[in-house]
Design a protein around this ligand. Structure first.
Ligand code: SRM
Ligand code: SF4
Length: 573
């Protein structure tokens, strides 16, 4: 007997291209929630149903339904946004959401706390600002990421244009979004509507694409389902190395799930990018596992098929023979902060702790950035690491931008390098999957780590540190030199030893530690690093070289290391 399809497959199939009963769900005045099946479908429209977890117990005691609210995620290919769009999102956040904007690890905006009866207006207003939310979530290609860091100007613009082209090519064709949120005329026969790339049941699972421009690995290219690494020769974009099969998510204790780095398929010319991407997507559509959503990402498809068979399938479908990959060299993950001047215009990368654009005390990012946008002094490029680049600032406006930043407490006292590099996912109180604090904890934890390195004579050592509230991996924790992954309130699994340039994952090191225990475990390692490191050697590289953790190659090896640790067999270095 064949394994039944996952229930989400039935919901997608019956949905008439993502319509379901969303119109009826939205109109129901008796509940702040959507019907169960519609909570799955609404993700494809860029919306998640959530409830405020800080209020859960209180509401339960009062016999009230949970405080239902919605998270809305925009689609912003490459994170490129105009001042007018920034202003619109700011206004929408303050009118319909919780008054903050959340910049995400995939270069877009999330709004939290939108209640059901404001959903439609909110989505319509986002569209009015020439942004949308279609396919920001769901079993489709998500927001396409692209390096925001300086590179030869014309080549960078060309790479960014590919982010938009890939996004356009892989956007679902259903008119459901326009009918439900934008009141456009329903089509007369949905049975005749075509989804030429996805088909009626879309992909088995979410799908993610990124484009990187070496030596910057700000998009964490090896964490993507599909990555294009720009090959720039003499200042011109020649083509791309193609990598596939990356992903971060796993489940604690389920060793058939694991994070995995993408592997190299080969090199393609610029003209072949869309063909190759479409072939990878349709291969995943047809070969991906639709029975078990925990085994449905492309990384498991590549693992099951084997890289050679996967590459052959993609080449056949694309009608493209991939050439041997070109040499590439990455130097770092994360963003480069402060001013960069190139070709007559200036760019300022602003550190935004955990991507939360708000006003807190003297740090008034919401108001300061609003003032810059109001005066149209810059474009706003959202980075892959929850920060924002104020881009294309005319030379004559530079001093005015500096003045506004200073007046709002932005960019004057530089945060430590570790703080600037740190990532934390959203976690509590909105994420329904969080097991421990992340965004609300990271600032304090970085202070402890900075103190630890300082105590050992290493003030301001650049260390990549990432915290997530659960092992789904939204802040790409398995690519950090130090990662905390939530296990239970106040308890984290500790992972150590990823490469600073994002080319090697970390290794499972200890389980379910509280903060005191984490710092006790780290202290002797930091002491040894301070004493034994080679010139310029990063913490993660040292931990591997000195044999404190193994160099993990591949997702299966990661899972084996996690299993050994859970079974009490320790860390095999
Ligand atoms: Fe994520 C689910 C937030 C990037 C892997 N992610 C979620 C949800 C929607 C929780 C849920 O399903 O109910 C979180 C909403 C929290 C909230 O309250 O806002 C959430 N993910 C985020 C964001 C906002 C984290 C952030 O702090 O910036 C990021 C939004 C990205 C975007 O703009 O599109 C975000 N999520 C990621 C990344 C990083 C990336 O894509 O580069 C990953 C790891 C890479 C990957 O996909 O493998 C990631 N999110 C997941 C997973 C695990 C998927 C898996 O293969 O197992 C889930 C859970 C799921 O899909 O079942 C998840
Ligand atoms: Fe939520 Fe887990 Fe993602 Fe954090 S990593 S936002 S806790 S799903």
């Amino acid at each position: 007997m064949s394994t039944p399809l996952s229930p989400v497959e039935d919901i997608k199939l019956a949905s008439r291209h993502l319509r379901g009963s969303l119109v009826e769900s939205l109109a129901d005045p008796l509940t702040g929630a959507l019907r169960d099946d519609d909570t799955q479908l609404v993700k494809f429209h860029g919306i998640y149903q959530q409830d405020d977890r800080d209020l859960r117990n209180e509401r339960r005691q009062q016999r009230l339904e949970p405080a239902y609210q919605f998270m809305i995620r925009a689609r912003v290919p490459g994170g490129i946004c105009t001042a007018a769009q920034w202003l619109a999102m700011d206004r929408i956040a303050c009118t319909h959401a919780n008054g903050t904007m959340r910049l995400t690890t995939r270069q877009t905006f999330q709004l939290h706390g939108v209640i059901k009866r404001r959903l439609k207006t909110t989505i319509a207003e986002i569209n009015h600002a020439l942004l949308d939310t279609l396919a920001a979530c769901g079993d489709v290609n998500r927001n396409v990421m692209c390096s925001t860091l300086p590179a030869p100007v014309s080549a960078r613009a060309e790479v960014t244009a590919f982010a938009t082209a890939l996004s356009d090519q892989l956007t679902p064709r259903t008119r459901a979004y326009h009918e439900i949120w934008l009141d456009q005329q329903p089509i007369s026969n949905t049975a005749e509507e075509l989804e030429p790339i996805y088909g009626d049941t879309y992909l088995p699972r979410k799908f993610k694409i990124g484009l990187a421009v070496p030596p910057d690995n700000d998009v964490d290219i090896y964490s993507q389902d599909l990555g294009f690494i720009a090959i720039i020769e003499h200042g011109q974009l020649a083509g791309f190395n193609v990598v596939a099969g990356g992903g971060m998510g796993m489940t604690h204790g389920e060793h058939a799930t694991y994070p995995r780095l993408a592997e190299t398929l080969g090199y393609c010319a610029k003209t072949e990018v869309l063909k190759v991407a479409t072939a990878v997507v349709t291969t995943q559509r047809d070969f991906g596992d639709r029975t078990n959503r925990k085994h449905a990402r492309l990384k498991y498809t590549v693992e099951s098929m084997g890289l050679e068979a996967f590459r052959a399938e993609v080449e056949t479908r694309a009608g493209v023979r991939l050439a041997p990959a070109r040499d590439i060299h990455f130097t770092h993950t994360g963003d480069r902060f402060g001013w960069h001047v190139e070709a007559g215009s200036a760019h300022f990368t602003l550190f935004v702790e955990s991507g939360r654009v708000t006003d807190v005390g003297a740090w008034r990012a919401l108001t300061g950035l609003r003032e810059i946008a109001n005066a149209a002094l810059a474009d706003f490029h959202l980075t892959p690491n929850q920060n924002v680049v104020l881009a294309n600032i005319a030379a004559s406006n530079r001093s005015r931008v500096t003045e506004i930043l200073t007046q709002h407490g932005l960019g004057t006292d530089r945060a430590s390098q570790t703080r600037q590099l740190a990532l934390a996912c959203v976690g509590f109180p909105t994420c329904g999957l969080a097991m421990a604090e992340s965004e609300r904890y990271v600032a304090d934890f970085v202070t402890r780590i900075d103190a630890l390195f300082s105590d050992h004579g290493l003030p301001d050592a650049p260390v990549t540190l990432r915290i997530t509230g659960c092992p789904n991996g939204c802040a790409r924790p398995f690519l950090a030199e130090i990662a905390l992954v939530g296990k239970a309130p106040g308890r984290y699994n500790l992972y150590l030893g990823a490469a600073f340039d994002g080319t090697r994952m970390n290794a499972p090191y200890r389980e379910a530690l509280n903060e005191t225990e984490i710092l006790e475990v780290l202290a002797p390692l930091v002491a040894r690093y301070a004493a034994e490191r080679e010139s310029g050697e990063h913490f993660g590289d040292y931990l591997v070289r000195a044999g404190h953790v193994p160099a993990i190659v591949g997702g299966v090896a990661f899972a084996a290391a996690a299993q050994a640790l859970a079974a009490g067999r320790g860390v095999a270095a």
